[in-house]
Write a protein that binds this ligand. Structure first.
Ligand code: GAR
Length: 208
């Protein structure tokens, strides 16, 4: 059984999707053992507590710089014996200490079709605002491995939805979450825990 540690910063709907999938038996070889929040007020912490999952809070401003914060994160993840680390709406960019300590063991869900609308500054609702401004007709979500390049790691899964006339950023965000993120993330977690994901020359192969 693989230990899954979920990193969160906000509402935690992706965490909830993971919890629900685990409860339905859809992640048979993984267990969410800890939730780490970058913000003590994150509603995701309440969701974890309601489901009897251990929580920790690591606040960026309690550390001198991103290097110290990243070192503390590596220590916490090691203490938790993390096999898989999931960034589920985690909004702090960690440095290479973390990616080096957990190579191809960390996955992120991004609310767009990478390589569009990604990288530094593209997070949360802002991504959907930019999608609407650009007028693309399809958007979606990407689950990818976390590397030292922000949103640049090997892509594991993607799903797309149409952008509709009269969409607001909030309406579009909800469609991307419901139809893409909440489905892809638990599926990717299950495949990882089943040992079905490999990376060769920067490309993900899934043995499903
Ligand atoms: C999700 O849409 C997630 O893809 C996005 O933030 C939201 C968090 O929602 N993450 C990023 O933008 C990371 N770059 P949640 O807290 O309800 O899961």
């Amino acid at each position: 059984m693989k230990n899954i540690v979920v990193l969160v910063s906000g509402g935690g709907t992706n965490l909830q999707a993971l919890i629900d999938a685990e409860r339905r038996g859809e992640i048979p070889n993984g267990k969410i053992t800890c939730v780490i929040a970058s913000n003590a007020e994150a509603y995701a912490l309440t969701r974890a507590k309601q489901n009897h999952i251990q929580t920790r809070v690591l606040v960026r401003k309690d550390y001198a710089d991103i290097a110290e914060y990243s070192a503390a994160m590596v220590e916490a993840l090691r203490e938790e014996n993390a096999d898989l680390v999931i960034y589920a709406g985690f909004m702090t960019i960690l440095d290479e200490q973390v990616t080096k300590a957990f190579p191809y063991q960390m996955v992120n869900v991004h609310p767009a079709l990478i390589p569009s609308f990604c990288g530094k500054g593209y997070y949360g609702l802002h991504v959907h605002e930019e999608v609407l401004k650009r007028g693309v007709k399809l958007t979606g979500a990407t689950v990818h491995f976390v590397t030292e390049v922000c949103d640049g790691g090997p892509i594991i899964m993607q799903a797309a939805v149409p952008v509709l006339e009269n969409d607001t950023p909030e309406v579009l965000q909800r469609r991307v979450m419901e139809e893409c993120e909440w489905k892809l993330l638990p599926k990717a977690a299950a495949l990882f825990c089943d040992g079905k994901i490999t990376v060769k020359d920067g490309i993900v192969h899934i043995d499903d």
